[in-house]
Design a protein around this ligand. Structure first.
Ligand code: SAH
Ligand code: SF4
Length: 422
């Protein structure tokens, strides 16, 4: 975790270097969450175990961390009693800190989380009849500024580490009571910011509520590729969280140069935030389009490793009134997806409003007409029902309170308040 490499991250459009690692813990202990088994073995060896012991202990510890969800070495009953304090002196089993947990009237849950160095980010759980989807963040803030997205009005604070990314999934399992029996349910529920009865009563029944993961929280996952890859590798590892890559979807605003690597090295489903079919409109609402244009993006989709009719690419399309929602836009969308022979499905997302947004949501009639045209073109185009709007958990509404206003905004406000009082 002491790596301080600089990593190119796009600014509004162009790359700027941003330091990507967190401040080490003041107590010098190392958090094991987010590290591959091999690295854990190396750390054990560096701390004094011989190579064989280190490898064996790493295997045991890894199992406890990811299969049983324990958060204390003391609970690792097949590790010698004397060994457990030795581990606890040197290592920790981290989780993102929970600042606030909210539940929407439709059952959607949102957690405001905090890194150990004090940055806030969010995670959302969306229960459905046949599945439970966890929406995971990859960055604190975002360097891109899509005009309709609340997160886009935040500056990028930093990339989340692999531990903070996989830690969201683990925290969700804590909160949903989804670890195999034996883990300390009450304490984990408390850590996840939920009441004990709530966890026990609602969530231990079938034990498989979290079935899908979408990298659609705060941030652009392909601008934090290495950390996202490391985290998802742990999520997919059969000895780790063991979730199938078919149940994981990564959404990108269109970071073309990283898309092939995403397919080859991570292998998850791809979603692309298309949102417009002409250069002018996409330049305006998804500014990364000025750097990687529509043709380049659609070609990268056509080349996406693993995409097929059985594993379609999802094209997300936010419905903005009088901006991108005409029948002509719908016909052009069908034409483009066909021209590139894309195994595609389209997700129509009604725009979720936030204070100060420059757009309105299209009317229901307009959305229906748009959807029908795409369906008639032979492409599935369901309208996504907004979830968790009442707690600002819906797509594009995520933005942490601490970051709601930039320093400049606050200064301006203070100045105008002072002026009006005078
Ligand atoms: N940064 C990635 C993933 C996070 S955003 C990306 O842009 O793809 C998840 C989805 O929500 C994206 O398709 C995004 O464009 C969409 N979105 C953002 N703001 C929205 C809003 N206000 N209403 C509806 N969808 C929005
Ligand atoms: Fe960033 Fe995605 Fe929001 Fe665009 S839509 S600003 S890429 S989080």
């Amino acid at each position: 975790m002491s790596n301080t490499d600089l990593m190119p991250i796009a600014g509004a459009i162009d790359p700027v270097p941003v330091a990507r690692d967190i401040t080490p813990r003041p107590d010098g202990r190392v958090d094991l969450i987010g590290l591959p088994k091999k690295r854990i073995a190396e750390l054990f060896a560096e701390a004094g175990l011989d190579a064989k012991q280190a490898k064996l202990r790493a295997k045991q510890v890894f199992h406890w961390l990811y299969h049983r969800g324990v958060t204390e070495f003391e609970a690792m009953t097949d590790i010698a009693k004397t060994m457990r304090p030795w581990l606890a002196e040197r290592f920790v089993i981290g989780r993102p800190n929970v600042v606030e947990a909210q539940v929407s009237s439709d059952g959607t849950r949102k957690w405001l989380l905090q890194t150990d160095d004090g940055h806030e980010f969010e995670m959302v759980f969306i229960p459905d009849a046949d599945r439970g989807t966890l929406c995971v963040s990859s960055q604190v803030g975002c360097t891109l500024n899509c005009r309709f997205c609340h997160t886009g009005t935040m500056r990028l604070v930093r990339n989340l580490t692999p531990g903070e990314i996989v830690g969201q999934v683990m925290l969700a399992r804590d909160a949903l009571g989804e670890w195999p029996k034996g883990a300390n349910d009450t304490r984990l529920a408390t850590m996840a910011g939920l009441e004990e009865e709530e966890t026990a009563a609602e969530y231990t029944a079938d034990g498989r509520l979290l079935t899908n993961i979408v990298m659609m929280g705060m941030g652009e996952p392909l601008y934090n590729f290495d950390h996202v890859k490391q985290a998802l590798t742990l999520v997919m590892d059969g000895d780790g969280l063991a979730l199938s890559k078919r149940r994981i979807t990564l959404s990108t605003s269109g970071v073309v140069p990283m898309m092939a690597r995403c397919g080859e090295e991570i292998g998850v489903n791809l979603a692309v935030s298309l949102h417009a079919v002409t250069k002018d409109v996409r330049d305006e609402i998804v500014p990364i389009n000025k750097k990687y244009g529509l043709e380049e993006l659609l070609q990268a989709c056509a080349d996406y490793p693993g995409a097929s009719n059985a594993r379609r690419i999802t094209f997300e399309y936010v419905m903005l009134k009088d901006k991108n929602d005409s029948d002509e836009d719908a016909r052009e969308l069908v034409r483009l997806l066909k021209a590139y022979r894309l195994p595609a499905k389209v997700n129509l997302i009604p725009f979720n409003p936030w204070p100060g947004a420059a757009y309105d949501c299209s009317t229901p009639e307009r959305i229906r007409s748009f959807s029908n045209i795409v369906f008639e073109g032979g492409i599935s185009a369901p309208v996504r029902t907004p979830r968790g709007r009442d707690i600002d958990a819906a797509c594009g509404q995520l933005k942490t309170a601490a970051q709601k206003k930039s320093r400049a905004e606050r200064d301006r406000e203070a100045a105008s308040e002072a002026a009006s009082e005078a």
